[in-house]
Design a protein around this ligand. Structure first.
Ligand SMILES: C[S@@+](CC[C@H](N)C(=O)[O-])C[C@H]1O[C@@H](n2cnc3c(N)ncnc32)[C@H](O)[C@@H]1O
Length: 274
C-alpha cells in the first residue's frame, strides 16, 4: 500500500464511528424510509427505480441505501473496511440485503473487485470523492468500464475553483483566502484534525493527501474514456459549510453571504456511447 492510500484510509476509517455517532449523520429518515438526498441531487437525478446502480466511494452506505429504497438495485464500493462493515449491517437492519451489495476495495481496483463490466445503468458519485484520487483519467476509465452502452454517470462535487481557498488566514471580512493554485498537480498534504460533520470530534489520523482536479481535466478524462457529456451545471451553493463565512439556505445548502463570488459545486451527467 502506498503512503497516500494508507494515510487516507486511516483517516476515513477513523471517521466512520464519528459519522455513526450521536453528532454524526442524520439516520432517522433512512430508518423511516423517507430520507432525502441533498437538494442538488434531488433536483437533477430523476427516478432510479429499476436501475442497476453503482455507488463509488459510498462511505457507510447512507445514500446507497436511500437509492435502494427508491427501487434501484445497488452496489456500493469504498476502501474503508469499517465503512463497508457498517453499510452491510445497515442494509441487513433495513431489510435491503437483496437490493444492496457492498464491496471493500480501492477505487482503482474496482473492476477486479466487483466484476460486472458494462453491468450498470448508472454510476453515482457525489460530494468529497475526486479530491481523494490522484489519477482522474484512471477514475474515468473505471466509471466507463462499469457502464452499459447508454448508461450514465451522475457526478456532483465541490468545485475545484473553490478548492484553492481555505479559512486558515481569512480576509478581514471573513472570506477565505487563496491557499493552493488551481493547476497544482502534486498531492496537497493536509493536516486537519476536525471533522466536517461532528465539530467536536478530533481525528488522530489527521494527515491526508488530496488532489485538485480542474473541471476541464474531469470532463476531458470522461470523453477520453468513451463518454459523452450530456450537461454540466455550476452551482453557487454546496452541501456542506465549505468555508466559515457561508450561510445556510432554506434548502440546506451553503452559499456566499453577499454575492456568488465563485462556484462552490458542480454536477454533470455523462453517457456511455451506445
Ligand atoms: C466524503 S466521503 C463520500 C461520501 C459519499 N458522498 C456518501 O455517500 O456519503 C469519501 C469516501 O471516499 C472513500 N475513499 C477515499 N479514497 C478512496 C479510494 N482510493 N478508494 C475507495 N474509496 C475511497 C472514503 O473512504 C470515504 O468513504
Amino acid at each position: 500500500m502506498t503512503d497516500w492510500r494508507a494515510l487516507n484510509r486511516a483517516n476515513w476509517d477513523e471517521r466512520v464511528p464519528v459519522h455513526l455517532g450521536p453528532r454524526g449523520y442524520d439516520m432517522a429518515g433512512l430508518e423511516a424510509g423517507t430520507a432525502r438526498l441533498n437538494a442538488i441531487e434531488e433536483a437533477e437525478l430523476g427516478s432510479v427505480a429499476g436501475l442497476r446502480l453503482l455507488h463509488l466511494q459510498c462511505h457507510f452506505g447512507r445514500d446507497t441505501l436511500i437509492l435502494a429504497q427508491r427501487g434501484a438495485s445497488v452496489v456500493g464500493l469504498d476502501f474503508s473496511a469499517p465503512a463497508i462493515e457498517a453499510a452491510c449491517a445497515l442494509a441487513e437492519r433495513l431489510r435491503l440485503g437483496d437490493a444492496a451489495r457492498f464491496v471493500q476495495a480501492d477505487l482503482y481496483d474496482a473492476p477486479a473487485a466487483i466484476g460486472e463490466a458494462a453491468g450498470f445503468d448508472l454510476v453515482y458519485v457525489t460530494w468529497g470523492t475526486l479530491c481523494w484520487l490522484p489519477d482522474i483519467q484512471g477514475w474515468a476509465r473505471v466509471v466507463s468500464h462499469f457502464l452499459k452502452p447508454g448508461g450514465y454517470l451522475y457526478l456532483a462535487e465541490g468545485h475545484p475553483a473553490a478548492q484553492v481557498l481555505d479559512d486558515a488566514t481569512p480576509l478581514p471580512d471573513g472570506r477565505p483566502r487563496f491557499f493552493a493554485p488551481y493547476f497544482h498537480e502534486a498531492a496537497l498534504v493536509l493536516n486537519e484534525s476536525r471533522d466536517y460533520v461532528d465539530s467536536e470530534a478530533r481525528l488522530e489520523n489527521a494527515t491526508t493527501h488530496q488532489w485538485i482536479h480542474p473541471l476541464g481535466h474531469v470532463v476531458t478524462a470522461l470523453i477520453d474514456a468513451g463518454m459523452r457529456l450530456d450537461w454540466l451545471h455550476e452551482h453557487p451553493a454546496v452541501t456542506w459549510r465549505m468555508f466559515a463565512c457561508l450561510e445556510a439556505d432554506a434548502a440546506g445548502l451553503f452559499r456566499w453571504p453577499d454575492k456568488p463570488w465563485l462556484p462552490l459545486a458542480y454536477s454533470l451527467r455523462a453517457s456511455k456511447a451506445g
